[in-house]
Design a protein around this ligand. Structure first.
Ligand code: 8GP
Length: 850
């Protein structure tokens, strides 16, 4: 049972309690921290087999195993309630969940920070240092994976019956290091010390098959397709309880681990064939071994499809077996009890798998099964990048999932036939063209001999709702990427602008600011009702409030400065503007453009006299992010950042005015330190390329000004914050197609040409290595500079000047900063999830009693 009565009722106190220094001594008198101290001490004693001498890392383990029990109490209560109520569930199917650390989040979400903070202090530890021993659960690449994690937090906070389903990768996102300024990749070995945040379910296991053959057979007098896989593995379930905030609800993320059907081939072993004895285990474990294996080889491709089918198959069987336990074989009612959100195309094989389970296993008629399937599934698109819109070669699919390939063929037959009727008014030639363009199975445009399964098309045809992740992106989905489908099913298409959890991304990562906000608003209710942040507008020009606001930023900048010192050994000027760009390295995100503007700034500073320099706004620029291991150009961009930093940071004339650091191994935890410290952040993708962005929302919440293009959620952020408060530059999405076609209208700029010569000339060394970067943006060659850096360069520099001028007027800067936080109410993932629940899932809250 819960150690504190009614964590819901304590929510108003929570934020005050967060600020360590200001913790009321009343908590001490409560006696609960004594119980906690005893509990942690006992955990430590039996975990480590000694009395005392525990490191911070040990203390983390002891604390985590203690908190876990409170979490599981809450989990059990919630699930007993849900079992009794039998509400409709939403299942979020995602190949990625980028959870980050759990200890602090769990303690704070459960409202236990007073007891645990105090108990640890009494034992001679500090919560922050103890929490620092936890490894990130990095089971995701970037935006899409982190969004899934924020969604789970919001679903639990809103009491929505819902689970996440994914893969328990043994190795998550690689660890990034730098060697001589180049990216190096190391495996993320995150499970070696055990994982206190999961519960292995020995009773939750499903068989998943691959390969083999399909036969038509009479089964109980009925003609059926019978699939006999050539390979089988077991999906073993692990539950990861997800605590809501200010509610007794704790929901679940169920992750699947792949294990062999047979533990070990003893006869092979006895016969001396050691390799064969281990083969099955190795093959099975390979499936859940690594997040996103490199798919540039055919073998890698196959493994990826295997992962996708593996977790989808296990998840659907799991949901169906729970349904059957209550409702028997009444499958027509399945859509009233379960719906699935496909997080991008990765789980799209669910369309074929649900059909297979209903038709082949449950014996339903095809049409009845199709009605159920399309009612249960919904699809979210997260990117316009063509390389991420998955298409599987028919050959690969037919070999690995022969029955699914057949099912997809039948779906496509029905679909194209239906299209023929629907488009009967078109001229036959036009109609044929349209049908070919919309066929789920089509030829590879680069290789006419290869047929492909288009997973996005399969998802659209097999779903009730399709959505993009920001207003502009949803329009691009409708008007370009899936326009043919939109014209046929306009009502299927929706927008659901992304959001982020204000718990992790404001209240818990920036307790100082949270405290100030609560003090100003007189309530901490903004933590789950972010619209209340609008109340801060009244303080935007209040000098006393501005001073407090600035003091918080200063504290957070000092922390980041400490981290820079630890990583790079340098002291940075803490009065400089902290200017930040953190995200995956990609040409479309244009970190390169940022570097070019930093070089330009450096050159201007060099030209100034020492007196003139004193009037310049000093900046500490930070860039962080990982490059995909096979993405050569992105790796060159990282090297350019480090090379430019090496020159700038050592230059005695300018180093007080400008620094550039690459922070390696950007991850959720690093973001929690960087974002609260940021004053300016860069969201400068080519218009129309960034589906939404979510770090922009985190920066906004923390009062960081935005330099951005008219792209993704930047647009909606500007609308909420006041366009005049945002630094906007660059071409608009509508102009881009024309610009790309008509090379002559490209803007060029002598400053740009100068910088290209500098890099080519070896100003930052490594000129051969940087040559491809220079060539890639040489817009005089057709097809180059696809992301229009040259074109947007002058506008970017002008916007940077505007930034400097604004920063010189600190009270104006602070006014804007406060207006950003005040305008961030819309970007809570609570709002996003409420919209999904109402418009797509039709799932209602079901809160257990406290
Ligand atoms: C990202 C988008 O790039 C980003 O704009 C958006 O905010 C985020 O999804 C959440 O919606 N997309 C991905 O991370 C993505 O497409 N990843 C898949 C290719 C693996």
């Amino acid at each position: 049972s819960r150690p504190m009565p009614g964590r819901v009722g304590r929510s108003a106190l929570r934020v005050q309690a967060v600020a360590e220094a200001e913790r009321p001594t009343a908590a001490k008198a409560s006696g609960f921290e004594e119980v906690v101290t005893t509990d942690i001490t006992s955990k430590l004693k039996y975990l480590f087999g000694r009395n005392g001498d525990y490191t911070n890392a040990d203390a983390y383990q002891g604390t985590a195993w203690s908190v876990r029990e409170k979490l599981i109490d809450s989990f059990n209560k919630t699930h007993e309630h849900w079992k009794k109520e039998d509400p409709k569930f939403i299942y979020y199917l995602s190949a990625e969940f980028l959870m980050g650390r759990s200890l602090t989040n769990t303690v704070y979400n459960l409202g236990l920070e007073g007891e645990y903070g105090e108990a640890l202090r009494e034992m001679g530890y500090h919560m922050e240092k103890v929490a620092d021993a936890e490894r990130d659960a990095a089971l995701g690449n970037g935006g899409l994976g982190r969004l899934a994690a924020c969604f789970l937090d919001s679903m639990a906070t809103l009491d929505l019956p819902g689970w996440g389903y994914g893969i328990r990768y043994k190795y998550g996102m690689f660890k990034q290091g730098l060697k001589d300024g180049y990216q190096v990749e190391m495996p993320d070995i995150w499970l070696t010390k055990g994982n206190p945040w999961e519960v292995k379910r020995d009773d939750v296991k499903f068989e998943v098959g691959f390969g083999g053959r399909v036969e038509r057979k009479k089964v109980n007098g009925k003609e059926m397709s019978v699939w006999t896989p050539s390979e089988k593995v077991i999906a073993q379930g692990y539950d990861n309880p997800i605590p809501g905030y200010a509610t007794p609800t704790t929901s679940n993320l169920r992750l699947w681990d792949a294990v062999p059907v047979h533990e070990f081939d003893l006869s092979a072993f006895n016969a001396g064939d050691y390799d064969r004895a281990m083969l099955e285990r190795e093959r099975a474990e390979g499936i859940s071994a690594v997040l996103y294996p490199n798919d540039s080889t055919p073998e890698g491709k196959e493994l990826r499809l295997k992962q996708q089918y593996f977790f989808v198959c296990a998840s659907l069987q799991d949901v169906m077996s729970r349904f059957r336990a209550v409702h028997g074989a009444n499958w027509e009612a399945l859509p009233e009890k379960a719906c699935f959100q496909l997080n991008d195309t990765h789980p799209t094989i669910a369309v074929a798998e649900l059909m297979r389970l209903l038709v082949d296993v449950e014996g339903l008629e095809w049409d009845a099964a199709w009605t159920i399937t399309t009612k249960c599934l919904n699809y979210t698109n997260h990117t316009v990048m063509p390389e991420a819109l998955e298409k599987w070669p028919v050959k690969v699919m037919a070999k690995m999932l022969p029955r699914h390939m057949e099912i997809i063929e039948v779906i496509n037959e029905g679909w194209t036939k239906w299209l023929g009727v629907h488009l009967k008014d078109l001229k036959s030639e036009e109609r044929a063209k349209k049908i070919a363009a919309m066929s789920i199975i089509h030829a590879n445009p680069w290789n006419a001999d290869e047929m492909l399964v288009n997973m996005a098309y399969l998802a659209v045809v097999g779903s009730s709702a399709v959505n993009g992740v920001a207003a502009i992106h949803s329009n691009i989905v409708k008007d370009e990427i899936l326009n043919d489908f939109y014209e046929i099913f306009p009502s299927k298409f929706q927008n659901k602008t992304n959001g982020v959890t204000p718990r992790r991304w404001l209240a818990w990562c920036n307790p100082e600011l949270a405290h100030l906000i609560t003090e100003a608003l007189g309530t901490s209710e903004w933590i789950n009702d972010t619209e209340k942040l609008a109340g801060l507008r009244a303080f935007a020009t209040d000098p006393a409030f501005q001073a407090k606001w600035a003091a918080v930023k200063k504290t957070k900048k000092a922390k980041l400065a400490e981290l820079i010192k630890k990583i790079h050994g340098d002291d940075v000027n803490q009065n400089a503007m902290f200017d930040i760009q953190i995200k995956r390295i990609h040409e479309y995100k244009r970190q390169y453009l940022n570097v070019l503007s930093i070089i330009w700034r450096y050159k201007q500073l060099k030209k100034m006299t020492p007196e003139e320099r004193k009037a310049a706004v000093p900046r500490v620029c930070i860039i962080g992010g990982k490059a995909a291991s096979a993405y050569d150009m992105a790796k060159r961009i990282i090297r350019l950042v480090t090379a430019v930093g090496d020159v700038i940071n050592k230059d005695p004339e300018t180093k007080d005015y400008l620094r550039l650091y690459f922070l390696p191994d950007y991850n959720v935890t690093l973001a929690e330190t960087i974002i609260p410290a940021a004053e300016l952040s860069q969201h400068i993708s080519t218009a129309g390329t960034e589906a939404s962005g979510t770090s922009n929302m985190k920066f906004q919440m923390n009062g960081c000004l935005i330099m951005g293009t008219w792209d993704g959620a930047n647009i909606e952020i500007a609308e909420e914050t006041g366009v005049e408060n945002v630094f906007v530059f660059g071409v608009r999405a509508e102009e881009i197609n024309q610009l790309r076609k008509d090379r002559k209208s490209f803007k060029t700029d002598p400053r740009w040409d100068e910088l290209m010569k500098d890099i080519e000339g070896g100003m930052f060394g490594d000129k051969d290595y940087f040559k491809p970067l220079v060539d890639s943006v040489n817009n005089m060659k057709v097809g180059n500079d696809w992301f229009l850096l040259a074109n947007d360069f002058a506008g970017y520099l002008a916007a940077q000047e505007e930034v400097d001028a604004t920063y010189k007027d600190q009270s104006e800067w602070l006014r804007r900063s406060i207006m950003y936080t005040a305008g961030s109410g819309k970007f809570s993932s609570d709002r996003t999830i409420r919209e999904y629940a109402e418009d797509i899932w039709h799932v209602k809250p079901a809160r257990p009693s406290a």
